[in-house]
Design a protein around this ligand. Structure first.
Ligand code: ZN
Length: 470
């Protein structure tokens, strides 16, 4: 444990950002518990002996135990008589343990120390970071502290790099989608966008693409906020808007650095969107993320950001949309017959008669029948016809027809999800939770050849596919 602490103490850094960013980092979806209903549903949570064990060791044990459970975040919620500790696993928060009032201040101070925060400041939000190799995990912990009326609330975000470093082939793409992604990456100039909600694993996908493109003969530069993972051989630039280093100003400088490939952490504003498009047109490959749900909305979103249609049409080469589905636990999943509704969905969307599928059960090895997550994708390689349609300003319905119509080869996110149900990776309930079925999807019938591909079956290492923390 001592060694772990040394690793924690090494290579730390802090920065302070504005209150609103802080509130976002604090994960607004979480709501505090009262102590009466604080019952953990997690198996084998250790009991912490606050009387006899130093707080230093207790904090380290909590972090290591949370990481080994596959948690993405650890929340320390202050309340009148102590701290509720909760951890987020596969997207959901679970009660972890209660810290008594006598230890409240010590616990918060200890976390602030290892995150290299100012322990004398308790009225302002603070950011900190802890980097190190923990057992076999090369992790980065981001720490955020927010003053609340009941004391300081701390959230530790656990960034696990083991996923990104396993390569694009292990990110859960179907064989067909992986081929499309590789085609996009082979185009020397253009924009590739990865889209999805916060926490959908966009960064994992973008970093994996960058690693694939990272060869000696190319100059790769990123501009990010924050830099989520350090990659050898790539020049990474951190945005710092407080001193005028915005995405826009950083990008203008980057273009004078003779780049081949530029990665923009996220396109959030018109200026960034316009520079991204112009960079792509002047011979660069640009990778970025956009906070949208699917390919069509992404095109609309960029047009809303005042990007000229004809430029966007010329620049864009591909859009990868994704959502994260919880994976069924291999230890307890069980087969059951499909309902009439499920049969209809499979028939309408895959053209298959499906009589039984796996469902979640629950056992000591998992949380509610699920363990780890896997993305479901919609991959759109933009062909000339679609480029022309964007440039010409065809209405959204026409564009939809081109992207999803009779002649399209696209696998919709629903189809990708249904295929992952058939291979026993996830459940029907989980896909239905992520994708709202509209009438079109229930009634239209488009035959897509079903094939259980190698890429989908290649689940050799459970751990590698498990964490999508970005
Ligand atoms: Zn299980």
């Amino acid at each position: 444990m001592k060694m772990f602490e040394d690793q924690l103490m090494g290579n730390t850094n802090t920065e302070t950002t504005k209150q609103e960013t802080q509130a976002l980092k604090q994960d607004p979806s979480s709501t505090p518990n009262t102590s009466e209903n604080f019952i953990t549903d997690l198996e084998g949570v250790p009991t912490f002996d606050y009387e006899n064990i130093p707080i230093v060791d207790i904090v380290n044990d909590m972090i290591v135990d949370s990481i080994s459970r596959g948690a993405s975040d650890i929340h320390f919620d202050p309340f009148d008589s102590g701290i509720h500790v909760r951890i987020r696993i596969d997207g959901d928060l679970h009660n972890y343990t209660l810290v008594p009032l006598s230890m409240k201040k010590n616990m918060i101070t200890r976390v602030k120390i290892i995150a290299n925060m100012n322990i004398t400041e308790s009225r302002l939000p603070q950011d900190g970071a802890i980097k190190g190799l923990i057992e076999n995990y090369n992790v980065d912990l981001r720490v955020s502290c927010l003053p609340t009326n009941l004391g300081e609330k701390i959230v530790i975000r656990i960034l696990d790099y083991s996923m990104s470093s396993t390569g694009l082939e292990n990110l859960g793409f179907s064989k067909e989608n992986l081929t499309l992604v590789n085609k996009m990456l082979a185009i020397p100039n253009g924009i590739i966008l990865v889209t999805g909600a916060t926490g959908s694993g966009k960064s994992t996908t973008v970093y994996s693409m960058l690693q694939k493109l990272n060869t000696e003969n190319r100059n790769l530069i990123t501009v990010e906020d924050p830099i989520e993972m350090n990659i050898d051989g790539i020049n990474q630039v951190q945005v710092n808007s407080e001193i005028g280093m915005t995405f826009g100003s950083a990008l203008r400088s980057i273009l004078r650095q003779d780049p081949d490939i530029i990665m923009i952490g996220e396109i959030r504003d018109s200026e960034t969107a316009r520079i991204a498009v112009r960079s792509a047109i002047t011979g660069h490959l640009v990778l970025s993320t956009v906070h949208t749900n699917d390919s069509l909305n992404t095109i609309e979103r960029l047009l809303d950001m005042d990007v000229e249609r004809y430029l966007l049409g010329a620049a864009i080469s591909g859009i990868v949309s994704q959502k994260l589905a919880r994976k069924l636990c291999d230890n307890c999943k069980s087969l059951r017959p499909t309902t009439d509704y499920e049969k209809k969905v499979f028939k309408n969307n895959l053209g298959l008669d499906v009589n039984e599928i796996y469902e979640a059960k629950g056992c000591p090895k998992c949380t509610g029948g699920y363990r780890g997550r896997i993305p479901i994708h919609e991959v759109l390689l933009i062909n000339q016809e679609i480029k022309d349609a964007i440039s010409a300003g065809l209405p959204k319905t026409k564009l939809r027809e081109l992207v999803f119509g009779e002649n399209s080869e696209i696998t919709t996110m629903l189809q990708d999800g249904l295929k992952k149900i058939l291979t026993g990776i996830t459940s029907f309930d989980e896909i239905l939770r992520l994708i709202e079925l509209d009438d079109e999807e229930m009634n239209s019938y488009k035959l897509v050849e079903h094939e259980i591909t190698n890429a989908e079956n290649n689940q050799s290492d459970e751990k590698e596919l498990e964490t999508f923390t970005f």
